[in-house]
Design a protein around this ligand. Structure first.
Ligand code: ACO
Length: 401
């Protein structure tokens, strides 16, 4: 309890925990992280096994339903998602209102928010079936909307979803412009993208998921809950890191410049951090980063891409992991350190990197939203604060100030 002069003391006690480093905001059965050991489980299944054996759509079904689907359950889930991939035609006029050079994340926030205007009146949040349908609609439509945002930004006509393709191939088909033809319907590209989607699908109470839950705790429409998650994801300390990593690697340019980047990151005055390094929870190698690192070599090899930025990234990792500053603070590469190199090899433009993350994380966001709506202990999120302003004082009229 804090005494602030003439003000009455706040009643009761509460914790002061900026950044929520030690405060659990909910109970959840979706994702488990052991940050000391570098373990990540979705519904109990190790991320390494899901990455090797599963698909993104199966993982999405696992996250929202709690169990791996049987063959017929998966077929019906896939059919339902596929059925909902189209956008309402009116979205096109909405999209047309954005400046051609708007960042695709800005467009995505707006477009997803606008979904609430299409699916609000017929959505009864008390009905579990309608809640589930909202989750399916989001998983189905986010890739279509994301690809449309990109095509708007480059002035290309929209491509409608080809529903005879699988989830990830369909997305790439909508996204790619004609010069990327060799990558279109390329199984290596689709597999790599699908794996990145699996690795980004959920990560318990990160900033964007906590935002979705906070907005969801008020009973808001699920589409605006997810739009708020996209907004939180955009920042460079969170999902925007993948875009920032590629810009940083481009600036470093050559392996010879790595040491000066490391020195700059250690200098607090510089305001520069190694992007794609460090994590609030992982104090060990991020297991997702290990998988992305391995995949980067495989994908570049299979696509015949020789990207000098991979040498810069590997040299940077090697130098950081030997440096006392990073060792003592347990700063390791996170999931986004290598992901940008893969996106680049797949012909994805850098401003779309965080959008890729958002497509995948939609599965986690809706799983958390569904879990929260079912939770009898769900209360409106309402943190307290430690007041540091002036004590109680009398109003002074303007001519007396
Ligand atoms: N480069 C240099 N120093 C760093 C870095 C970094 N990338 N990350 C943390 N540090 C230092 C901090 O300066 C601090 O040093 P100090 O103890 O001397 O003051 C110490 O390590 C702890 O850092 P915090 O900022 O307190 O750690 P926090 O848990 O709050 O932040 C975060 C985690 C935001 C991920 C941070 O490591 C960071 O900014 N990383 C770069 C951005 C990034 O890659 N974000 C993606 C995260 S993963 C994701 O969202 C998918």
């Amino acid at each position: 309890c804090i005494d602030i002069g003439k003000l009455p003391k706040a009643t009761g006690c509460f914790t002061y925990d900026p950044g929520f480093t030690a405060t659990a905001s909910c109970k959840s059965a979706i994702t488990y992280i052991d940050g000391e050991e570098g373990v990540l489980l979705y519904r109990g299944y190790p991320i390494e096994q899901l990455a090797e054996k599963s698909s993104f759509l199966e993982v999405a079904s696992l996250l929202i339903n709690g169990e791996l689907p049987t063959k017929s359950e998966f077929a019906s889930f896939e059919h339902e998602v596929t059925h909902h991939t189209m956008m309402h035609e009116a979205f096109k006029s909405f999209l047309g209102g954005f400046r051609h050079d708007a960042h695709p994340m800005a467009m995505l926030v707006g477009m997803l928010g606008s979904m609430a205007s299409f699916y609000h009146n017929d959505l009864d949040l008390e009905d579990p079936e309608q809640r589930r349908l909202a989750a399916v609609r989001l998983i189905a439509k986010v890739p279509t909307i994301a690809a449309a945002c990109y095509r708007h930004s480059i002035g290309w006509p929209l491509r409608y979803p080809r529903n005879n393709l699988d989830y990830t191939t369909r997305f790439l088909h909508m996204l790619y412009e004609v010069p990327s033809e060799p990558l279109e319907l390329n199984p290596v590209a689709a597999k790599a993208m699908d794996l990145l989607f699996i690795l980004h699908a959920d990560h318990e109470q990160n900033a964007s998921t906590s935002t979705v839950r906070l907005v969801g705790s008020t009973g808001a429409n699920p589409y605006v809950c997810v739009a708020s998650g996209v907004a939180a994801l955009w920042g460079p300390a969170h999902g925007g890191a993948n875009e920032a990593v590629l810009k940083m690697l481009n600036q470093i340019g050559r392996p010879e410049n790595v040491q000066s980047a490391i020195d700059k990151a250690k200098d607090k005055e510089s305001g520069f951090r190694l992007m794609g390094f460090g994590h609030r929870v992982y104090k060990n190698y991020d297991p997702r980063a290990a998988l992305v690192r391995k995949m980067t070599h495989e994908v570049l090899g299979q696509l015949g891409v020789n990207d000098p930025l991979l040498d810069v990234a590997m040299k940077l990792e090697e130098a950081a992991l030997k440096d006392d500053y990073f060792v003592q603070r347990k700063l390791y590469p996170n999931v986004d350190f290598y992901s940008g190199i893969i996106y680049k090899a797949l012909g994805i433009p850098v401003e779309m990197f965080t959008v890729m993350f958002a497509i995948a994380r939609t599965a986690g966001w809706v799983a958390h939203w569904l879990e929260q709506q079912d939770d009898p202990e769900n209360k409106i999120g309402r943190p307290r604060q430690v007041y540091t302003g002036p004590a109680n004082r009398d109003y002074v009229s303007m001519d007396q100030r």
